[in-house]
Structures are given as C-alpha cells and as structure tokens.
Ligand binder design. Structure first.
Ligand code: DX5
Ligand code: ZN
Length: 228
C-alpha cells in the first residue's frame, strides 16, 4: 500500500488556507492535517471547529484532525460534525481512552491515538486492537518547524510490533520534523502516513514539495520491498 502524505496547514498562511489546501492537493496530498491546540495541553493556540467546517467546504481529500487539547471528549462531536474524517487524541490526557476511541468511531470518524515523545509505547497495549491508526509524535507538540527526535525511528518499529501482536493492520502516522531527507527512514521504520508542515508550506512551491515528499516516501517503500 502506498504511503499517504498529510500536509499540515499549521505552517501555511492562515489568511489563505484555501490556496494552501489547493496547492497541497495538486501536489498529491492524500489528507490535510489540521493541528488543534488549546494553550493548555500545549503552549500554542490554533484553530477550532469553525475553521474545520470551512476547510471541509473546499478540501477534496479527508481532513485529519489532531487534537492537542485537554478534555478532548468535550469537543470530538463538534469536530466530527464540522467534517473531520479522522480524529486523533493524546493518550496523556485521557484516563478513559477506550471510551473516547469508541466515541470517535460512533461519530463516524476514524479514531487515532497519539503518543508524545516521552510516552512509552506500552501505554497502547490495551487499546491497540481498537484504534484505526496510531500517531507517533517525533517532536514535542505545539509548534511546526522543530527538529526530528531520532529515537522516534525505533519507536515506530515498536509500535508496529505491538499492533501486529494485537492483530491490527492500523497504519502509523508520524508527525514532526519530517522532510525530504528523513522521510525514507521513517517509512522504512513503519510509518504509513506522513505529516509535514514546514517542509511543505515553508517551501517556495508547496505543490512541488508535496509531490517530492510523496515520491521520496513511496520510493522508500518500493526499494525496501525489492531488496527483500
Ligand atoms: C506539531 C504539530 C505538527 C506540525 C508539524 O505540534 O502536531 O503537525 O505541524 O510541523 P513540521 O512538519 O514543521 O514539524
Ligand atoms: Zn499534528
């Protein structure tokens, strides 16, 4: 299966989000990644359901909404209703993660769970069979443009092994510091969905950056398959 590219609009010009989404889609974006931050769970504040609703009107690919907020249970129905096709929540804020995952699914969205860099993979053990995808943070969430944390690569392998043991084929999304230079390595380590913010929207040509990233990600799949 080909690797999916999810450009993150966090690094786009918020006064021209429609143009940003259109450019990413022309470049072959498979999803649009939307970073929701509340100023509590993470130090930054970004956007809420009204913006997702507007994006839904213009995006032709599914919206992948990453909730970096405390008390996500209070907002998942608003994001689903606004048009999120995928909703991911952080394990660090959810004592009743099983309930939240099933609530997201009941709203008709795919349910993802997110691990911060310091959160152990073992925290997924009892939810692995229930999730539609796992998001591995490869930076501390809150800002675009940070440097990839190298430990994330072995963490991807650990998450893949855990999902396999649970009998789950759920893909793993990687988020933070991904660019043309390291995308092949994270794909080889098991990432199936690639989030990229600054690598796409801080480039001179976001359409081309998306296309190049997708080619590099999928070239990695092809070469690792042919070397087996
Ligand atoms: C960070 C966000 C990311 C961010 C990634 O907290 O979750 O999605 O947009 O940006 P880059 O790709 O620049 O690291
Ligand atoms: Zn994100």
């Amino acid at each position: 299966m080909s690797v999916l590219i999810a450009p993150s609009i966090l690094s786009a010009d918020f006064a021209a989000l429609g143009n940003a989404v259109a450019a990413a889609e022309r470049g072959g974006a498979d999803l649009i990644h939307v970073d929701v931050m509340d100023g509590h769970f993470v130090p930054n504040i970004t956007i809420g359901p009204p913006v997702v609703r507007s994006l839904k009107k213009i995006a032709t690919v599914p919206l992948d909404v990453h909730l970096m907020i405390e008390e996500p249970d209070r907002y998942i129905d608003a994001f689903a209703e606004a048009g999120a096709a995928m909703i991911s929540v952080h394990v660090e804020v959810l004592p009743h993660l099983h309930r939240t995952v099933h609530a997201i699914k009941a709203l008709g969205a795919k349910a993802g769970v997110v691990l911060n860099p310091s959160t152990p993979v073992a925290s997924l053990t009892d939810i692995a069979a229930d999730v539609d995808y796992v998001l591995v943070m490869s930076v501390n969430p809150g800002f675009g443009g940070q440097t990839f944390i190298p430990r994330s690569e072995s963490k991807l392998r650990e998450v893949r092994a855990l999902l396999d043991r649970a009998g789950s084929g759920a893909p793993i999304e990687i988020d933070g510091g991904i660019d043309q230079h390291n995308v092949a390595r994270v794909v080889a380590a098991g990432a199936g969905i690639i989030v990229a913010g600054s690598a796409v929207f801080h480039s001179a040509d976001p359409e081309r950056a998306t296309r190049d990233l997708k080619a590099a990600a999928n070239g990695a799949t092809a070469s690792s398959a042919s070397s087996r």
